[in-house]
Design a protein around this ligand. Structure first.
Ligand code: AMP
Length: 603
């Protein structure tokens, strides 16, 4: 093979397997001429879906070219597609969006009216996702040798699923993938051997699943070469689980018997073949390490052969980098891919780079991609100035510029705004590479929850009604995602004004109710994380002294903000501002119980 690209120049090692060479060649092919791949992808999508009600509505009359498509089909958001999605979810099987049957809905962590968005998907999408996964290890093997000599300790979980009124499954994309034959019956591959058995991954009780996965990881600690979860928050949850449960885990190891907390018969049966005999030495080692006060570098102590952490720490997850560095003693963190429920997008061709330098190369075969130039006047302004003709092709984006991602998928999303803002950092061959900048409209995120300004505002309004009768008024508020302790939690700062001179504030009991009322008002992803996954802790309200928000404004103005245009930030993270707020706190209150959540959607 000719050596004419950076990726290829890394490929020529005689030890590179045939399978890897094939995958790397595929990446080269896709990135050499992304424009022609994109043209072909759009042509395929439009020709197979020409009979759909949606495309017929725009009179494209069977045209498959980009010009006609862009001039006739509008750029849309989820809200625009809601009637169609609703009909499909109610059981209408006619070709509304896609000529291929919609096999299930993927429940996005983005929400609409407080409920998860439903993304249509078709059977063959699994192959497309599988294809992207199959490219990850060949790329990683170029940078980290010997990964076939051990195992990956990955904390992977399925989440609860429901059925729509029309009988289609509605579940997160990873749950759908782990439950598919693609994952369950994957052929043996020495580069993809996990310590977690499928039975543990597929158990929907997250506590039993976590216990079994952690136990396997401990039993095979010397074999573990990489450690991961999908997002950084997931890996930190696993460490926090270890912190709370190491005694019980050590007891199981020292006695060679499984804790009675594991009652799922499938896991029990599988574990009986893994936990076969007592291992006193390992148990004592664990007790020695875990009973220490200081857990700095614990990952490398327990899993000494770990070469890197495999977790996404770009976007909202960047807040976890310092904590992961602390626990891992500075191991590299590999962000390997960029994906969503709507479609998988791309991969990181330099997975061992620093988190701040991560760029994803969008694979042009996954969907048809367009890029809406993003202006910096805030999301509202960008919204107002949507110019449908200004969308740019994948091959035409410019280095340094920011864009909002717009996709057209095989399953029937046409010119759909994903809501992610990306910046072009360079090219691999002719394919652009993107840094993930942020998700539009997301204020707070601990795990997969994404709370926007409107949701926060509504929650604050609902809660403040609880003391309105007393005459107390909410003057201002802002918020903060507190992630130093695991699980993280939402902190809301409130400045209140009492009815009279005495400025008597609501009682502790009322304030606790306010915390819970806010949680009840937040979206279903938040409530699921609180109730089912326990990956978010109780919401906290910190009441600050009167005048604090004025001080905040003074501070912003002293740093150059305009008095006329100053708006209270609805979320803060800048250290001096946090310090100012925290120094003015007069009382702190936590949600006393869990909000309501059930897998069924509220209609
Ligand atoms: P979901 O709709 O729940 O599947 O979430 C998909 C969203 O998660 C994407 O649109 C991004 O906003 C975010 N996301 C996915 N992968 C990454 C990544 N590698 N880095 C940053 N954010 C990501």
């Amino acid at each position: 093979m000719a050596v004419d690209s950076p990726l290829q120049s890394r490929m020529v090692s005689p030890t590179t397997s045939e399978k890897d060479v094939k995958a790397l060649k595929f990446i080269e092919e896709m990135t050499r001429n992304p424009d022609s791949v994109q043209e072909k992808v759009l042509g395929e999508i439009l020709s197979r879906n020409s009979n759909t009600e949606y495309l017929k509505r725009f009179d494209i009359n069977g045209a498959v070219d980009r010009k006609t498509f862009k001039s006739k089909v509008p750029v849309v958001t989820y809200e625009d597609l809601k009637p169609e999605i609703q009909r499909i979810s109610n059981g209408d099987r006619s070709p509304i969006l896609s000529s291929h049957p919609i096999t299930e809905f993927l429940t996005s962590s983005g929400t609409s009216a407080g409920e998860r968005k439903l993304m249509p998907t078709i059977e063959e999408d699994l192959d497309r996702r599988q294809l992207l996964y199959s490219l990850l290890m060949p790329v990683m093997n170029l940078y980290v040798p010997g990964l076939d000599k051990g195992k990956g300790l990955y904390f992977l979980f399925v989440k609860s699923e429901s059925k729509t009124s029309g009988g289609l499954p509605a579940r997160p994309v990873l749950t759908s993938y782990y439950k598919s034959d693609h994952f369950r019956r994957r052929p043996y591959d020495p580069y993809n051997v996990y310590t977690s058995p499928n039975e543990a991954i597929l158990c929907s009780d997250s506590s039993q699943s976590m216990y079994a996965q952690m136990l396997c990881g401990l039993l095979m600690r010397h074999e573990v070469l990489r450690l991961g979860a999908v997002f950084a928050s997931g890996l930190l949850r696993a460490l926090s689980f270890l912190q709370n449960n190491w005694k019980e885990l050590a007891r199981d190891i020292s006695t060679g018997t499984l804790s009675s907390r594991i009652f799922d018969p499938t896991i029990k049966n599988r574990m009986s073949k893994i936990l076969i005999k007592p291992d006193q030495e390992l148990a004592e080692f664990l007790i020695g390490v875990c009973s220490q006060e200081n857990w700095e570098g614990i990952i490398t102590k327990i899993w000494p052969n770990t070469k890197y952490l495999d977790v996404i720490v770009t976007g909202a997850m960047a807040q976890y980098i310092p904590t992961l560095e602390y626990y891992s003693g500075g191991l590299p963190m590999a962000c390997t891919m960029y994906a969503s429920s709507e479609s998988y997008f791309g991969i990181n061709l330099k997975p061992m780079c620093k988190p701040s330098e991560v760029s994803y190369t969008i694979m042009p075969n996954m969907a048809y991609f367009e890029f809406l130039p993003h202006n910096h006047d805030g999301d509202g302004a960008a919204e107002a100035s949507l110019d449908e003709t200004s969308l740019v092709e994948l091959a035409d984006v410019e280095v340094g510029k920011e864009y909002e991602l717009v996709i057209t998928t095989y399953a029937g999303l046409y010119r759909y705004r994903v809501g992610d803002i990306l910046r072009v950092t360079g090219f691999h061959n002719s394919a652009p590479q993107f840094k993930f900048i942020r998700r539009k409209n997301v204020l707070l995120s601990i795990e997969s929850d994404k709370t926007d300004e409107a949701e926060l505002q509504k929650a604050v309004e609902n809660a403040s009604r609880l003391f309105a009768e007393q005459g107390t008024r909410l003057i201002e508020y802002t918020s903060y995602a507190e992630t130093k302790a695991i699980p993280g939690h939402y902190v809301i700062y409130w400045e209140l004004l009492g009815r009279d001179q005495s400025n008597a504030l609501p009682s502790d009991e009322v304030m606790a109710k306010c915390c819970l009322e806010m949680e009840e008002s937040l979206n279903s992803v938040y409530r699921q994380s609180r109730v089912a996954d326990k990956s978010i802790g109780p919401l906290e309200i910190r009441v600050v002294q009167n005048g604090t928000f004025e001080e905040l404004m003074d501070y912003a103005i002293s740093r150059g903000a305009s008095i006329n245009q100053y708006k209270v930030p609805r979320c803060v993270s800048f250290t001096p501002i946090m310090e100012l707020l925290d120094s003015r706190v007069v009382s702190a209150h936590f949600s006393p119980s869990l909000p309501h959540w059930s897998p069924e959607r509220r209609h």
